[in-house]
Design a protein around this ligand. Structure first.
Ligand code: NDP
Ligand code: MG
Length: 389
């Protein structure tokens, strides 16, 4: 029986993780749940899954959660600091990091410091501070297993292999809802269009990142740190069907891939159950439904976020942290129709130029770079023609 702390339990990954838990009551039990603003769903989940504790990180929701759970034997905490403490409890075996954005960094670091097994969905943690997180994980004996489907695919391909034999990894990207579109079309797209992803149902932020291809750029950086790769060893290919989840090429020219229908419950289940592979009743792949699988090169010129993220990966230091912060802000603004689709890349690029480069950042440097980038990019957002400030 594994005792889980599910951070971000009210999100897309969090709710699907709870479906996996509900399907395997003999293997998993919930020790901790955390949510930010959705107190109603958190309370429902707590009543159903009976955790030892819940943490509501938006402190203004504390009284409501406490009142709703007063008749139940569950401890209620508020704030991100509490989260850092509960993930370190001895009663937690596995920490699922499914908070979105930079906000997830500190709780993952706390889990790593306690030597926990971490199932990691929150890719921004590795984008921002991958070097530091992986170094600490190695020192503290914390194993980080990816939940992101591409990285889960690579991780599965590497079982039984030595990482020294990797020649390169090829991350697949669906291309999102605007695959093949050009700037003259993209200038006019609105959040409501971009939220229509062809293959996956996900949280709003990652859905926009998929439409701009920033998601794939973030995943290149995520792969670099997870698997200890050189920048040159990471490639991206567009694969619209999302059946091949990623590939590894080895030093003898062999390619291994992991395939399956696009369903995040599969990589979530794999990461929670590892090193075991467990049965489920998910729909199975059938070649009749997918007679053709296509692959093509990404359009770096139109989808500039992918190029910006790749450049930031090569530049290193605090560049990915700045890129991530600027991206979080512009995506938020785009969702509120305050900036245009193509403007997002321009603003991220300008922010990267404005924030001082730090080659070997400390945790404090990352925090400051994140803050500074948010201030700078917010200024740019205010100047956008769409902005209503
Ligand atoms: P959602 O937006 O659906 O959920 C985010 C979760 O984080 C919610 O539980 C939310 O709480 C919580 N949260 C939001 N802001 C904060 C904050 N400031 N402090 C603490 N908690 C916060 O996101 P997803 O589930 O889609 O994504 C989660 C992570 O997983 C992201 O990093 C994403 O890139 C990654 N991922 C997601 C995939 C997917 O299919 N969805 C696939 C691969 C990776 P509340 O709702 O209560 O406010
Ligand atoms: Mg992914």
């Amino acid at each position: 029986m594994k005792r889980l702390a599910i951070l971000g339990s009210t999100g897309s990954i969090g709710t699907q993780a709870l479906e996996v838990v509900a399907a395997h009551p003999d293997l998993f039990e919930v020790e901790v749940l955390s949510a930010h603003s959705n107190d109603t769903l958190l309370v429902e989940q707590a009543i159903k899954f009976k955790p030892n504790a819940v943490v509501v990180t938006d402190e203004s929701k504390y009284e409501a959660v406490k009142a709703a759970l007063h008749a139940y034997p569950v401890k209620v905490f508020a704030g991100l600091k509490s989260l850092n403490e509960v993930v370190q409890w001895d009663t937690v075996d596995v920490v699922l990091g499914a908070i979105v954005g930079f906000a997830g960094l500190h709780s993952i670091l706390a889990a790593v410091d306690a030597g926990k097994y971490v199932a990691l969905a929150n890719k921004e943690t590795l984008v921002v501070a991958g070097e530091l997180v992986m170094k600490r994980a190695a020192e503290k004996g914390s194993l980080i297993v990816p939940v992101d489907s591409e990285h889960s695919a690579i991780f599965q391909c590497l079982v039984g292999e030595s990482s020294r034999t990797i020649e390169k990894v090829i991350l697949t990207a669906s291309g999102g809802p605007f695959l093949g579109k050009k700037p003259n079309f993209l200038v006019n797209v609105k959040a409501s269009h971009a939220l229509q992803h062809p293959n996956w149902t996900m949280g709003a932020k990652i859905t926009i990142d998929s439409a701009t291809l920033m998601n794939k750029g973030l995943e290149m950086i995520e792969a670099k740190w997870l698997f200890g790769l050189q920048n040159e060893q990471i490639e991206v290919t567009i694969h619209p069907q999302s059946i091949v989840h990623s590939l590894v090429q080895f030093n003898d020219g062999s390619l291994k891939a992991q395939l399956g229908l696009p369903d995040m419950k599969l990589p979530i289940q794999y990461a929670l159950a590892f090193p075991h592979r467990i049965h489920n009743d998910f729909k199975r792949f059938d070649f009749k439904d997918f007679p053709k699988l296509n692959f093509e090169a990404p359009d770096y010129k139109t989808f500039r976020n992918l190029a910006l993220a790749k450049d930031a990966m090569f530049k290193g230091g605090n560049a990915p942290c700045v890129l991530n912060a600027a991206n979080e802000v512009v995506v938020h603004a785009f969702l509120q129709n305050k900036v245009g689709f193509m403007e997002m890349s321009e603003m991220i690029e300008q922010t990267l130029e404005q924030v001082n480069f730090i080659e070997h950042p400390t945790l404090e440097d990352y925090e400051n770079s994140d803050k500074e980038a948010r201030i700078r990019v917010q200024e740019l957002v205010k100047k956008s023609q769409l902005s209503t400030y």
